[in-house]
Ligand binder design. Structure first.
Ligand code: NOJ
Length: 535
């Protein structure tokens, strides 16, 4: 930040809650809004600033809430509007912001708008969705595929036309080229803004506008058979169209009328495309979600190159953000292992930009195997191997039945080590990953250098590069230095520029307060935050 005050979504941290899996209070095995309210004290204790709640709107749950049948209602599975109002006021009382998941690209097939739209070719809402005549051979209108496997077009016998769905056939895409759709969706945003929500995470925002001519996507000659079918084609015409920036600016304007509310956009695109979603003159998403850490190989040199590339690509004034995991991606601990999950935590919470934590990562939840007979995710059923159930398993709170998640039968299994991998068992253990997350969050709050300071990489000797990543965060007269060991060897790291440094925090307990001059011994899988002494 160059002198100007940071707003809450820049200096703060976001915690994602997958509501089905956080806390159940009515014994049906699925989490609910009252459950989230019951755990707000935990979140305040942990030290996050905002919660983003995945969808809880009325839905037939074909894609677990990402198929919305009423944008202005709470599904009874999760509770009621009264429960939501109570949740938001309790969250605000604890100075926790509340971000909702907004799913504008598609509705549920059961949304009354779609019922009208499919009724006839002349229905006033026909153009609210994307209808096309069959292609020349009588099949789908073009070669676009569904992200969940199979064609993205389904023929509706009532009128003989096909409708487009980027995801399940139960999730028809809305037509955002139609101003009536925009107006109706803006009203839905206002409905929640009036209830006090602090912002939205907008689902698949780069999908909202499709090529006007519906041209075929080009074939991907690098397609590998273990990839999801959607990768057979480059998605150049089915999403990421220039007109989408105008749509996003429209949503952002609705939010800004309510003050400092945040618009986070879900975007899976390479860095050079991702940063365009800040929009011309920063009229786009406040935070175009940056998933690059999820997609980059877990090596110090690869991560260092990524951070430098992203920092360099940001537009003037564009605020960065970082993510290690979410409900669609394998858990970070499953990907990098338990020891490196601690390095990942330190990286996430010391980089420049808003971090988003995924529930359960703070207790080091890893891959929880889900037996085929308990599989839930429709994508995994369509395309085996791509199911997202293992990263959606219940939060583990205590050593008791179902780890305190539910008094009923949990909708997905718990991890086999739930009796020791839970909040109660870890909260007072100075060596636990939960303690590490809490200390990192507190450090970030206490040091403006970490929350809003500048970033610069440290140059380390070339033979360290594959295993060590070092950078500085600084603001005013404070400089912090972060050194992360991505490997399992010990290193003596020269401290560039000399001076004396104190260890503020290490991923290995017991080193805080130690001083180093000239060089620092960095243990295997160790990360440290250092503070310059007397400078
Ligand atoms: C992205 C969401 O994160 C994912 O869970 C969902 O299945 C798709 N969008 C479709 O809404």
């Amino acid at each position: 930040m160059s002198g100007s005050a940071a707003v809450w979504w820049q200096s703060g941290t976001v915690y994602q809650i997958y509501p089905r899996s956080f806390q159940d209070t009515d014994g049906d095995g699925v989490g609910d809004l009252r459950g989230i309210a019951a755990r707000l004290d935990y979140l305040a204790w942990l030290g996050v600033d905002a919660i983003w709640i995945s969808p809880f709107y009325r839905s037939p749950m074909a894609d677990f809430g990402y198929d919305v049948a009423d944008y202005c209602a709470v599904d009874p599975l999760f509770g009621s509007l009264e429960d939501f109002d109570a949740l938001i006021s309790e969250a605000h009382r604890r100075r926790l912001r509340v971000i909702l998941d907004f799913v504008p690209n598609h509705s549920s097939i059961e949304h009354p708008w779609f019922a009208e739209s499919r009724a006839s070719r002349t229905n006033p809402k026909r153009d609210w969705y994307i209808w096309r005549d069959p292609g020349p051979g009588g099949g789908p209108p073009n070669n676009w595929l569904s992200n969940f496997g199979g064609p993205a077009w389904t023929r509706d016998p009532a009128t003989g036309q096909y409708y487009y769905h980027a995801f399940l056939p139960e999730q028809p895409d809305l037509n955002w080229r139609n101003p009536e759709v925009r107006a109706a969706m803006h009203d839905a945003l206002r409905f929640w803004l009036e209830r006090g929500v602090d912002g939205f995470r907008v689902d698949v925002i780069w999908h909202l506008i499709k090529d006007e001519g519906f041209r075929d996507n080009p074939r991907n000659s690098d397609f590998q058979s273990d990839q999801a079918g959607i990768n057979r084609f480059h998605q150049v015409h089915s999403c990421d169209q220039p007109e989408v920036l105008d749509v996003i600016a429209g949503m952002r304007a609705v939010l800004r009328a309510y003050g400092e509310r945040v618009l986070i956009g879900e975007i899976y695109l390479p860095i050079e495309r991702l940063v365009t979603y800040y929009g011309p003159g920063l009229t786009g998403a406040d935070l175009p979600f940056n998933f690059q850490l999820i997609q980059t190989p877990w090596r110090a040199d690869a991560v260092a190159a990524l951070v430098a590339e992203y920092e360099a690509a940001l537009p003037e004034g564009g605020w960065p953000n970082w993510v290690l995991g979410n409900h669609d991606q394998p858990r970070i601990a499953a990907r990098v292992g338990e020891a490196q999950a601690r390095i990942a935590a330190m990286l996430l919470l010391t980089l420049r930009g808003t971090p988003t934590l995924y529930y359960g990562d703070e207790i080091g939840l890893g891959h929880v195997p889900v037996p085929p007979e308990r599989a839930q995710d429709p994508w995994g059923r369509n395309e085996p191997g791509h199911g997202r159930d293992p990263e959606r398993t219940p939060m583990q709170w205590e050593d008791g039945p179902n780890a305190g998640f539910t008094a009923g039968t949990p909708w997905l299994p718990l991890s086999a080590d739930a009796e020791r991998r839970n909040v109660d068992a870890m909260r007072d253990d100075s060596r636990s990953i939960l303690t590490l997350y809490r200390r990192l969050l507190s450090l970030r709050r206490d040091h403006a250098a970490l929350s809003i300071g500048h970033w610069r990489s440290l140059s380390l000797p070339a033979d360290f590069a594959a295993e060590l990543f070092g950078f500085e965060r600084f603001i005013g007269d404070e400089t912090l230095r972060i050194l992360l060991n991505f490997g399992n060897r010990e290193w003596g790291v020269p401290l560039e520029g000399g001076g004396t440094w104190t260890i503020l925090l290490s991923t290995c307990p017991g080193r805080a307060g130690d001083r180093a001059e000239g060089s620092l011994r960095l243990g295997p899988d160790e990360g440290v935050v250092l503070q310059a002494v007397g400078r």
